[in-house]
Design a protein around this ligand. Structure first.
Ligand SMILES: [Zn+2]
Ligand SMILES: [Zn+2]
Length: 361
């Protein structure tokens, strides 16, 4: 930087002085402008997808419905496993893919958003140049016109760009008197910078963002990440670190977590909320058995969950278990027989029944 100042001071005379001043100032503006454009664009995209993509229009339960619908349409066991084993990771990936497709498909929305932000900010900068010139040009009483011009300029852009006035101390004592000429020099110097950015945006990728739009969207759907200690369904509370117990509206058949009845190969098709009023026991650690009726006695995480007796199971999981029985048996080294016999009524649930029921919830 000091090298630049030296050159600047040596070469500074008359008209070339103004051009060099404008070059220096614009070299400070360019990176700040680029940064702020990406920041604004990330927020603009996050806002836009919340309006335009139905999956993101509601709360997390709405998103959950769309994810389950997607999984049912794909019908790939591996995808279900990802969803069941790493729900947070699956959710982030799902959002990321949706947002990226929206931005990068044939409509080239990413480039369009970046160009809109660029126009917005380049107008702000142009207005700041004009406003500073207007304030300073008639101040015949002031000798330090450049310093005054920079004060005005930085103030006008204060809410827009990060352009600290203190970074410009080295150029504030220049003897520039022709403020109108400075005005034009700034416009001329800014123009290629804006053109370059516009060209860059044709090649922009999602990785060009420091904070990516999908991350902003995902944060809005974060909610509580706790999972039921039995079936691992994710708590439906929309607040992370919320007060009170964790809970879910519907628990899932415990086979989704690979449960088998003790000392058998029978997979557990029951749900936590129907086990809670039963006489069944569950094991913690090596050999400690706790009655489901007193599940809270098992301590955390069990004691932090409210699981009320409720036999209702979503048709979706009945459909899933019946449709993927072979894969589940292989995956969890058990069988759907004995206490794990799949009821005939489950086998009659179609994918469409399952999705129609989900949509109503
Ligand atoms: Zn559960
Ligand atoms: Zn919770």
């Amino acid at each position: 930087m000091s090298y630049f100042f030296k050159c600047f001071q040596i070469s500074c005379q008359g008209a070339s002085c103004i051009t060099t001043f404008a070059d220096f100032l614009c070299s400070k503006i360019a990176p700040a402008l680029r940064h702020v454009i990406y920041e604004k664009t990330a927020l603009d995209i996050a806002r836009d997808v919340k309006e335009k993509i139905p999956d993101f229009r509601g709360n997390r339960s709405t998103l959950e419905y769309y994810m389950l619908k997607y999984l049912a349409e794909e019908e790939k066991f591996e995808h279900f496993k990802h969803y069941l084993n790493a729900p947070g990771d699956f959710l982030n990936n799902y959002i990321k893919t949706k947002v990226e497709t929206y931005c990068l498909d044939k409509n080239k929305r990413l480039e369009m958003f970046l160009r809109d932000s660029l126009s917005h900010y380049s107008e702000n900068i142009q207005s700041a140049v004009i406003a500073s010139t207007t304030v300073v040009k008639d101040r015949k009483d002031r000798k330090d016109k450049i310093s005054l011009w920079l004060d005005e300029f930085c103030r006008a852009l204060g809410d827009v760009l990060s352009l600290p006035r203190s970074d410009l101390k080295g150029i504030e004592h220049q003897e520039i008197t022709d403020i109108e000429f400075l005005n034009n020099a700034m416009t001329e110097t800014l123009s290629p910078i804006i053109d370059d950015l516009r060209k860059d945006f044709e090649e922009a990728r999602m990785s060009s963002f420091k904070r990516q739009p999908h991350t902003i969207v995902a944060e809005q759907f974060a909610g509580c990440q706790e999972q039921c200690p039995f079936c691992e369904a994710v708590c439906t509370n929309t607040m992370p670190n919320h007060d009170g117990d964790h809970r879910v509206v519907f628990h899932r058949p415990q086979v989704l977590r690979g449960y088998r009845w003790h000392k058998t190969d029978n997979l557990v098709i029951d749900i936590c909320s129907s086990n809670v009023p039963s006489g069944c026991l569950f094991r913690i650690g090596e050999d400690t058995w706790i009655p489901y009726k007193k599940y809270r006695d098992a301590g955390p995480p069990y004691s932090t969950w409210s699981i009320l007796p409720d036999p209702s199971m979503q048709a979706y999981w009945k459909w899933f278990v019946s449709s993927f029985r072979t894969q589940l048996e292989q995956c969890y080294n058990g069988k759907f027989h004995g206490r794990g016999e799949i009821p005939a009524s489950w086998k009659r649930v179609t994918k469409q029944n399952a999705l129609t029921e989900l949509e109503k919830c």
